[in-house]
Design a protein around this ligand. Structure first.
Ligand code: SF4
Length: 395
């Protein structure tokens, strides 16, 4: 299919603007590489929804050869360590009711494939445990109030979800029979970690970043200021329409070309303020302490997670139920490359198990579970040969 036709199909409503953006990107990219000496203009996203837009709409196919779009750590479910899932499974098997979100329900532990192991909350439920899927923390609380059964909410999420936890604690809405197991994570420290990994490796460094739109509504566009300041790479906050992502990429190219390296929130002002949501930030500070956190397949990233502070310690499931923190050990099932996929050092289809032993229907590793996981996105919408072959087999 020729490029104009492809653009028209992707951008039915706004193909003239998309054509203009695409042409400008194609024109500017070689000038940027020539001027900066970059081998590749590597643009990293930090949000599963940006990866979804990029892959679903085939934006990579519109890029000139100089521009590479890579997914980064943008899925909170994918990075929830196996030890946390194992702890919560144990609570469920010990008689606690466990609430969690639908994608976490299916998340496999490192041992899920072993005989006689209960390797996910779904398997715990099948074995008779009281595990319930909740659409929100509010729903879980309302349900838990009905019968006063000792319950634990498995709280996974980035800054977008965390305020929905914090505000209920701050407003004293949590009944005494509900405890909270925090597996919450902060995006910026992991984004910085990923960029450092690329810088230190033999691969080309990250040249620009697309800041996550949802997270930025909470932390503010200024939350990405450290990339231009400390790493001399431009950062843009964008929305999730394909036009948003193209505009973000073009903005990065323009900054690289002019040398005006900065963070920009040009076109997502409709949602994101420079300072973010100050109310949400205040509620998070009121309820949580920043802690070092384990990211699945990666290990500890300093100050990249949150746990309930002392004031709310009576609700802290880890503390109250004596769950020991295990030192981090490699926590991916054999052959799974989720650590590399999460850090953007491998594409999903570089994993030998992709669309073979690991599919959305039967995920082998954590990046194949949630719709925010890069492997799940590529499996559903990618156009790699492996996906096409697998689809042929299904047909
Ligand atoms: S395809 Fe499956 S096994 Fe491979 S990296 Fe992705 S989640 Fe892990």
């Amino acid at each position: 299919m020729d490029l104009p036709k492809q653009i028209e199909l992707i951008f039915r409503e706004n193909s003239p603007l998309a054509t203009k953006l695409s042409e400008e990107i194609t024109k500017l990219a070689p000038k940027v590489t020539e001027k900066t000496g970059l081998e590749k203009i590597k643009v990293m996203n930090f949000c599963g929804s940006h990866e979804w837009t990029t892959t679903h709409y085939g934006l990579r196919s519109l890029m000139p050869r100089e521009v590479e779009l890579i997914p980064g750590p943008g899925c909170p479910v994918c990075v929830t360590p196996s030890s946390d899932i194992e702890n919560v499974i144990k609570l469920a098997m010990d008689g606690y009711r466990v609430y969690t979100f639908g994608d976490v329900f299916k998340l496999p532990t490192v041992n899920h494939y072993k005989k006689d192991q209960i390797g996910s909350l779904a398997m715990a439920k099948a074995a008779g445990a009281d595990v319930r899927i909740a659409y929100s923390f509010v729903d879980a609380i309302e349900d838990a109030k009905k019968d006063n059964k000792p319950s634990v909410f498995f709280g996974v999420g980035f800054e977008t979800t965390i305020p929905s936890y914090a505000v209920l604690f701050a407003k004293e809405k949590i009944p005494k029979n509900v405890m909270f197991y925090s597996a919450t994570k902060l995006t910026a420290p992991a984004a910085e970690y990923a960029v450092k990994i690329h810088k230190a490796s033999k691969r080309s460094p990250v040249s620009g970043v697309i800041g996550p739109g949802h997270v930025s509504t909470i932390i503010g566009a200024i939350g990405w200021d450290f990339f231009p300041k400390e790493y001399k790479i431009p950062a843009v906050v964008t929305g999730f329409e394909p036009i948003d992502v193209l505009t973000g990429i073009l903005t990065i190219l323009k900054d690289l070309y002019t040398g005006d390296i900065k963070y920009t929130n040009l076109e997502y002002k409709r949602v994101v303020k420079p300072e973010g949501n100050l109310y949400a930030q205040e509620e998070i500070r009121e309820v949580f302490d920043v802690v070092d956190a384990i990211w699945r397949g990666i290990g500890a990233i300093p100050k990249s997670g949150l746990d309930l502070n002392e004031k709310y310690s009576e609700y802290n499931a880890r503390l109250q139920l004596g769950l020991k923190e295990k030192p981090w050990d490699y926590d991916l099932p054999p052959g799974c490359k989720c650590n590399e996929v999460t850090l953007g050092t491998a594409y999903p289809d570089e994993c030998p198990l992709f669309m073979k032993a690991c599919t959305p229907a039967r995920p082998w590793g954590p990046c194949m579970v949630s719709m925010e996981g890069a492997c799940a996105v590529w499996a559903r919408f990618g156009s790699s040969q492996k996906v096409l072959d697998a689809l042929k087999e299904v047909k």
